[in-house]
Every structure is written in structure tokens, then in C-alpha cells.
Design a protein around this ligand. Structure first.
Ligand code: GLC
Length: 645
């Protein structure tokens, strides 16, 4: 059976997915693979039961372990299993190995007063203090430049060393192989919630850091294991989401081996949102997975992973899920609130920019990786059409700058016609007073969301930065976004890079839009808190636009506090002055984000593993679309100044 045929059959549920062996299975590949296939077949068959015996399927769907459903025994056949009889570890970091011991020992050495992390660092810190005093004593002396440089270098080097130690400590093992990094590892906190899991989106900066360091195995393992989870039979109250969905996170659990009390086995237990707070669907996971897959190939030179039949099938499943026809009028992806990094209610349901930027990026990456074959011609055609329509839509309708704001301010409304200027019937009163003040003369950005009669004018950082990285924004728009970041430094960076969005929802707006969410109070967490992890996306964007100095400045701001503050997940207040109220400490993607920023600034050419550019084919298609646009036909004179194609 040809690949395309297989894909079609798999998509229609006619045959189980084919799985290939992976590193974890290296000793018993074939046995495991066939066993897994059998299990998949069994689950496929059980689909029919869902209609008949809903309650029992529900038990099946929640999979027992840790599900919070009493008296439901784990069904080990529904978990990805690797029998590792010696393992005592749940998360993969065992207390017997050297690394585990390091963590425990050093946790005891935590010094809450000066905020240092571990003994070696306390010593280094004292040395640094000493150096600093000497340095200050010499301030009036013109010869102190070298000393200051030395002090700065030692201090920065020690932060980087500490970050690498912490990142390695966060690695999760499955059957002895590294497969991901835990979301946060704060030895002083008992409130881990689900931060003890490997989140797909959180692993991206970890994976990139390892790739840039030449450590490819963990990324390869991550890609292949999460791919296997993609085919999971997932249900929430009898409903199954689409087949290409990737989990938000997964956990390695150690469970007793069936029929043998003296042994244990490790299982991978994914969460597709069916256990997540708010039951949010992780739409971004699959998109990030495709982006990481391309980066892996580009960085390691190993294209064999993306060429595998199961990986090709995985890419196509994600794509088909995203580009399936629906009721949509727009080429943007329609999603519920909380379907991305902002994974709780924040009023971003609809067509949030972050998802559109990742979608565009994933489409471009997939286009590069999909093997040309007869069966994928339709998919490729659909993909190309979507790329053009999506970039046109975002560049045209999401873009705001002073000029465009003024246009909106003077919009006519209720235009019933094919060539309306105000296509979405935006009422000019939606331009909030904050925006009139905030928009700089030089610069602009892509708005957060666009729906009929609704523009969400909030600035969302990840969406804007990734639009630069992926080329969803034009070159001129990309520069304008960086201009705005420079102009609004005091709001977006201030004491800690980088605000997740701006401004915060306050008062009644906060009550209505977040549902009075106490975690998302104004200037906290997703509601305009500052997230150090965003440093890496900022750095890639700045490098792409040949303006790395902006990122370097932001890294310097972070370096002043991030290690002493114990690598928080996020910061609160308008200027990012406090460590977030409920922020996790030793948050892995804060650590990895910093490291990726440093590594890329040290060798900017490496950013190409993440950057995508439009090729001539797309540019041509885009130009045709622009000239066919009725709005343009009507001859707006200054068009070129606003949108550069
Ligand atoms: C929070 C963040 C989410 C992240 C998770 C794990 O829920 O909103 O983006 O993936 O924590 O760090």
C-alpha cells in the first residue's frame, strides 16, 4: 500500500496507524512495535462501543491513573508502555543517579535570604560580590573598564552555567532515554499542579537549546514519542477531538507490571486537554511539533526523521485537522479560548494571532518537509492556497499603525456590498483611549484578534514575534513591530522581558472577559504579566531583522534578576517588578528561553533553523491576490505605504 493510500485509510479510521520503532525501543523494536499496533487495533475496534456504552467508554477515555475517577483501574493497554523493570523513577530523575543526588543536596542549600540556588553558586556569588566591591571602589579610576568587563563576564558565565545545570536537571527519561523536560522543578514547592509534566510548547525552547548545543537525541526522542501519542484514543464526555491533535503535555508514570508485583513498567500518559484546567484544546502543540521537527532536521542534518513514513503521516494528520473545511469565512484558524500559550479564559477565542502565526509557520515548515508524491498533491495545493490567503488576511486586516488607526477612525459602517472598505463592520468607537495614546508615530503591530464587528487591539507578544520569524508579517511590518517594541520598551520590557500582552484587562472588562479569574488579575500571569521565556522568540525575530541589539538589551535586563529570583515563570505589575503571585520557580522554559537567546546572540547564523521566508512562488501568488482585491481595484492611493507585499 502506498503512503498516501495508507494516510487516507488511517484518516478514515480503516486501519490502525503504522508505528515505527524509536530509540526507546531499540532493544526490542519489532516486538514492541507489533504489540503497539495490536493495541491500536483494539482501540480502533472499541470506537464503535462509544456510541453504545458511553459510560464505559468514558472510563476507558480517562485511562484510570491519576484521572481522579474513583475505582477505575488503569488500563495499561491504553498507555504507551515501555517495560523497564529496574526503574524506580516516575518523572525520570531518579534519586539514585548522580544527577538526582545533586538536586536533592542542593535543594537543602537553598538560601532564602539572598535568593541563591545552591552551594557552588553561593561561593561564586560571594566572589562576585567581592569583585563588585573592588569594582565599585575603583569607579573613579579610569583603569577599571577591564575589571568591570571581567566582573560582568564572570557573572554572566555563572548564570549560563547555572541555567545549563538546571535545564539538565529538568530532563525527563523514559526507559533510560531522555524524552523531554519537566515544566518546572521547584524543590521548595509542593504545589506542582501539572507542572511536573512535559508540555509540548514548553519543550520547544529546551529542544532548541539542546539542538544548538549539538545534543540531538532528546529532540529526536521527543518528536517520535509525541508522535505516537498523537494517535491516542481521546474522549471527553463521549466526544473525540480530531485525530491529528497533539497532547498539551504528557507524564512518564511508573506502574506495577501486569501480573508481576516485583516489577514496574514506565508508561507515557498524555493530556489532550481532557484533564487540563478548563478543558482547553492544545491547538498550538501540533504546530510547534512541526516547527521543531524542521529545526531538528536543519540543525542536525539528519533528515531521516522527517522522511519516515509515520512522521510524514503525522505531519499530514496535523495539517488535515487544521485545513479541514468548516463554516469559516476566514482563512484564519477558528479556536476556543485558551488554545495556546494563554491556556485559560482571556477573551482570545476566535482567531487569535498567536495561533495564526504558528499555523502559518507550521504550513511553511510542512511544505518544506512533505515528500512529493501523488497522494499528497491535493494537500499541497490546499496548503499553498491557505498560505497565500492567510498571509493576505493577516497583513491586510490585522495590521495597525497610526495611519491605519486613522482610517478605522473614519470608517463608514453597515456597508452591504462586495467591495466594502470596512469589511468586518468595525465601529470606530472600538478604538480605545489607551490605544490613541499608545500607538507610536513610528511603528505598528498586528492586533490580537479579528471577528465580525470586533478588533481586539491588545498587543500580543508571541503572535507578533512569531509573525516576524515566520514571515507572516511583511518585511516592513516586521521592522515596524520592532520599532514599536523599542518605542514601548518601558511597557513591554521594563523590569523584565517580556509582557505576554499589553495592556491588562481591568475592572469590569476583567470581570466579564476572564470571568473574574483570580490568577489573571490585571498585570499578572496571562493578563499582561511578564514572561521571561519570550526572550527566545524576541531574539529570533530581532536576528531575522538584523537588529540583534534589541534582543541583547532585553537579555541584559533579564540577567540582572532572573537567576537571583530563581527563574520564575512570570512577573507581575506594570513594570514587572514582582515575581508573579502564583508563579512557579525554576520554570524550565524561562531557563531554556534565556539559554536559546544567549546561544543565538553568540551565533546569529543559527537562527535560520527557526526562520522561514516566503519563496518566489508564494510572493507571486500573493501579488496576484493583491491585484485581484476589489478594495485595491477601487484605487486607494496610498496603499503601498501601508502594506508592502
Ligand atoms: C501555564 C501556561 C502554559 C504553559 C504551562 C506549563 O499553564 O499558561 O502556556 O504551557 O503553564 O508551563
Amino acid at each position: 500500500m502506498g503512503t498516501s493510500e495508507a494516510v487516507l485509510q488511517v484518516l478514515s479510521g480503516a486501519v490502525p496507524r503504522l508505528f515505527h520503532s524509536d530509540s526507546c525501543l531499540s532493544t526490542s523494536d519489532s516486538i514492541f512495535a507489533s504489540k503497539f499496533r495490536l493495541k491500536c487495533s483494539r482501540r480502533r475496534a472499541s470506537r464503535y462501543l462509544q456510541f453504545l456504552k458511553c459510560s464505559s467508554v468514558l472510563q476507558y477515555g480517562v485511562r484510570g491513573i491519576g484521572s481522579g475517577v474513583p475505582n477505575k483501574k488503569a488500563d495499561p493497554s491504553s498507555l504507551q508502555i515501555c517495560k523497564c523493570q529496574k526503574s524506580e523513577s516516575v518523572s525520570g530523575v531518579t534519586t539514585e543517579d548522580g544527577n538526582g543526588a545533586w538536586f536533592v543536596d542542593n535543594a537543602k542549600n537553598l538560601n532564602p535570604i539572598n535568593g541563591m540556588v545552591n552551594a557552588p553558586n553561593v561561593l561564586e556569588f560571594q566572589d562576585l560580590q567581592h569583585l563588585k566591591q573592588e569594582n565599585e571602589g575603583l569607579k573613579s579610576n579610569s583603569a577599571n573598564g577591564t575589571l568591570r568587563d571581567t566582573f560582568h563576564k564572570i557573572s554572566v558565565d555563572s548564570i549560563e552555567d547555572e541555567a545549563w545545570d538546571l535545564l539538565r536537571e529538568s530532563v525527563v527519561y523514559y526507559c533510560g532515554s531522555p524524552i523531554g523536560t519537566i515544566a518546572a522543578k521547584d524543590p521548595t514547592s509542593s504545589n506542582t499542579l501539572n507542572y511536573d509534566q512535559v508540555f509540548i510548547r514548553d519543550f520547544i525552547p529546551s529542544g532548541i537549546a539542546f539542538l544548538l548545543k549539538g545534543e540531538y537525541d532528546i529532540v529526536r526522542n521527543f518528536i517520535l514519542h509525541t508522535l505516537q501519542l498523537q494517535s491516542w484514543e481521546k474522549t471527553m464526555d463521549c466526544h473525540s477531538p480530531g485525530q491529528g491533535l497533539m497532547p498539551a503535555s504528557f507524564k512518564v508514570r511508573t506502574v506495577p507490571l501486569d501480573g508481576d508485583d516485583s516489577a514496574t513498567e514506565e508508561v507515557l500518559d498524555p493530556d489532550f486537554g481532557e484533564a487540563a484546567i478548563g478543558r482547553v484544546a492544545p491547538v498550538d502543540s501540533g504546530l510547534w511539533w512541526i516547527i521543531l521537527l524542521r529545526a531538528y532536521g536543519k540543525c542536525s542534518g539528519d533528515l531521516s526523521v522527517q522522511e519516515r513514513v509515520d512522521v510524514q503521516t503525522g505531519i499530514k494528520m496535523i495539517l488535515r485537522l487544521c485545513i479541514a473545511d468548516g463554516f469559516d469565512m476566514f482563512p484564519t484558524l477558528l479556536v476556543t479560548d485558551g488554545s495556546c500559550m494563554i491556556d485559560r479564559r482571556m477573551g482570545i477565542h476566535g482567531h487569535p494571532l498567536e495561533i495564526q502565526a504558528l499555523f502559518y509557520s507550521a504550513l511553511l515548515c510542512a511544505r518544506e518537509m512533505l515528500a512529493p508524491e501523488d497522494g499528497s498533491a491535493d494537500l499541497l495545493r490546499a496548503l499553498n492556497n491557505r498560505l497565500v490567503a492567510l498571509s493576505f488576511h493577516i497583513r491586510e486586516y490585522y495590521w495597525v499603525d497610526m495611519k491605519k488607526l486613522n482610517e478605522i477612525y473614519r470608517y463608514k459602517t453597515e456597508e452591504y456590498s462586495y467591495d466594502a472598505v470596512n469589511k468586518f463592520n468595525i465601529y470606530p468607537d472600538q478604538i480605545s483611549p489607551w490605544l490613541v495614546e499608545w500607538m507610536p508615530n513610528k511603528g505598528g503591530y498586528l492586533i490580537g484578534n479579528l471577528q465580525p464587528a470586533h478588533m481586539d487591539f491588545r498587543f500580543f507578544s508571541l503572535g507578533n514575534l512569531w509573525s516576524v520569524v515566520s514571515g507572516l508579517a511583511t518585511m516592513d511590518q516586521s521592522h515596524a513591530i520592532l520599532d514599536l517594541i523599542e518605542a514601548k520598551w518601558a511597557d513591554l520590557v521594563a523590569g523584565m522581558p517580556f509582557k505576554i500582552c499589553y495592556p491588562a484587562l481591568e475592572g469590569q472588562e476583567w470581570q466579564i472577559i476572564t470571568g473574574s479569574d483570580p490568577k489573571n488579575t490585571p498585570w499578572s500571569y496571562h493578563n499582561a504579566g511578564a514572561w521571561p521565556t519570550l526572550l527566545w522568540q524576541l531574539t529570533v525575530a530581532c536576528i531575522k531583522m538584523d537588529r540583534p541589539d534589541i534582543a541583547a538589551k532585553a537579555v541584559e535586563v533579564a540577567e540582572k534578576r532572573i537567576s537571583q529570583d530563581k527563574w520564575p515563570e512570570y512577573y507581575d505589575t506594570k513594570r514587572g517588578r514582582f515575581i508573579g503571585k502564583q508563579s512557579q520557580l525554576f520554570q524550565t522554559w524561562s531557563i531554556a528561553g534565556y539559554l536559546v537567546a544567549k546561544l543565538l546572540l553568540a551565533d546569529p547564523s543559527k537562527a535560520k533553523i527557526l526562520v522561514t521566508e516566503e519563496d518566489s512562488e508564494l510572493v507571486n501568488a500573493f501579488s496576484c491576490m493583491i491585484s485581484a482585491n476589489p478594495r485595491r481595484k477601487r484605487g486607494r492611493k496610498n496603499l503601498k505605504q501601508t502594506y508592502i507585499v
